[in-house]
Each structure stands twice: as C-alpha cells, then as structure tokens.
Design a protein. Sequence first.
Length: 307
Amino acid sequence: MGEPQTGAGARTHEVLGLLGFLLVATAQVSNMILARGVAGSVPPFSIAFFRWSIVALGLLPVVVMALREKPAALRGQWPGIALAGFLGMFICGGPVYVAGITTSAINLALIMALSPIVVLLFSFATGRESIARRQIIGMAVALAGALLIITKGQASVGPGLSTGDLLALLAMLGWAGYTLMQNRVGQGVSFLARIGLFAAAGALFSLPFAVHEIWQTPSAAFTGRAALVYLFAGLVPGLFAYAAYAFLGARFGAVSTSLSLYLGPVVSAALSILFLGEAPTIVHLIGGALSLGGMYLCLQAKPREAR
C-alpha cells in the first residue's frame, strides 16, 4: 500500500536491481566483444548502419507516438539531434568496429568507461561545475590508468599505441560529447524517443560508408554470418540495452543505474575470456583498477554548481 519495502522485500528489490544492472552492462559491452570477435571479417560501417537502422525502426512507434502527442516538441532542434546522432551513434559506431581489429575488447571497455571524466572536465572548463580536490585526484588517477592501458605499460607511447586504441579514444570522446548533448536536445519527448531519433541520424551518417563497403566487398557484407551480426548488434547492444537502461533509470534513478558503467569493464573481461580467449594482463588489471578507482572518486564527490 505504498509503504517502503523492508527486510526480505527490500533485499529482493536490491538483488533484482543488481541483476538488472549486470544484464545492462553485459548488453552494452557485448558490442565490444562483437567488435573484437568479427575483427574486420564483416564490414564495420555496415554493422553500424544496420545496427542503428534496427534501433531506429524498433523505436519508430515510440517516436511517432511522441510527435503525435507534441507535434511542435522538436521544432528547431533537428540540428542538435543530428549532432547528437553523429557523436553518439556515428563516432561510436563504425570506428569501434574498426578498433576491434587491432585492440582488445578489454581495452575498448576500459577506454570507453573514461567518458564521465571527460564530461566532468568539460563541465568544469565551461563553468557549469566546480571541481573538488577529491575529484581532481580522481581524474589524475583515472587518466594515469588510461595512459597505462593505452601505452601497454611501455615508457614510450609510440610502440605501444595501436590504431585501435586511438579509435577507441575518438569514440570515447564522441560518447562524452553525446552525453553532454543527449538531455539538452529533444527535451519535449521521452528518452527512448530521443534514442530513436539519434539512431536514425547515426544510420544516415553511416550509410555512405556502408554503401562504399558493400560496393567494394559484397561477399563480406551479404552473408548469413553478417546478417546474424547485424541482427545481434541491433537487438542486444541496441534495442535491449537502451530499453533496459531506460527501465532501470525509471525504477532506480539515473545515479544508481550508472552502476552499469562500473560493471562494464569487469563484464568485458569475463566475456573476453569466455568467448575470445583473451585474458586480462597485469597492465589491464592495474590500469583498470586505477581508472575505475579514479572514476569512483570523481563521481562520488558531489559536484557544486559554479557561482
């Protein structure tokens, strides 16, 4: 009757929430496992195009319903929607699948997990937030961990740096930009309606590159295996991941749902061992501990609004 849950009920609620976060994290990092697993055998921008097309089509009823309820909700916001789709779906689409050719799924997950640090730095630089000493320490620790992972523990950056790591960095920066934008454009419609619009933009940006790939290597783009890859990318790290994240956000709150961010690299390591035979190295363990520990310090410190 509206009373707060206590005892066994509350514990069950917490366990179900943790399982939900674990499921979302698994769906999210499955995209990195996929990127490493196909490793260039399926054209990367074709995967991105079909992935975001499936997401856009799957969420089309939500978008149509939202626009019917509020026909003028998105007036003047289409450039922002296109930019969000470019950063979050295009930059974090094909380049991630290209990155999987030369870097590990664990590297991808750990580098992508740094995006909240970039968001915090940008917010500080633009005067949106002030940064506490604890957050400065956290950022320094997280960035040290990232540098260790990217250079693979070598003193010189050059020999340890792969094209895949650079592309992962690019994707991470794109995702940080998308994070800053996603709640500032399309505010008149629901979260899932915005995702549907961003996905459509991402598919359109990916289309010219996908057409080029299909023209160059039709035998790689149109196979039964490629079709399964497209379907998996669209359904698991696509529709399911976003819908489940929206559900958990509504049920547990955005801050609690961000737990999936911390679980991502851990789940990625487990799935890499299970499906790819890639065990984490000591560099991954130390760098990951530094990155995630630093992120924890940053995100636990309560931000203060500047002025």
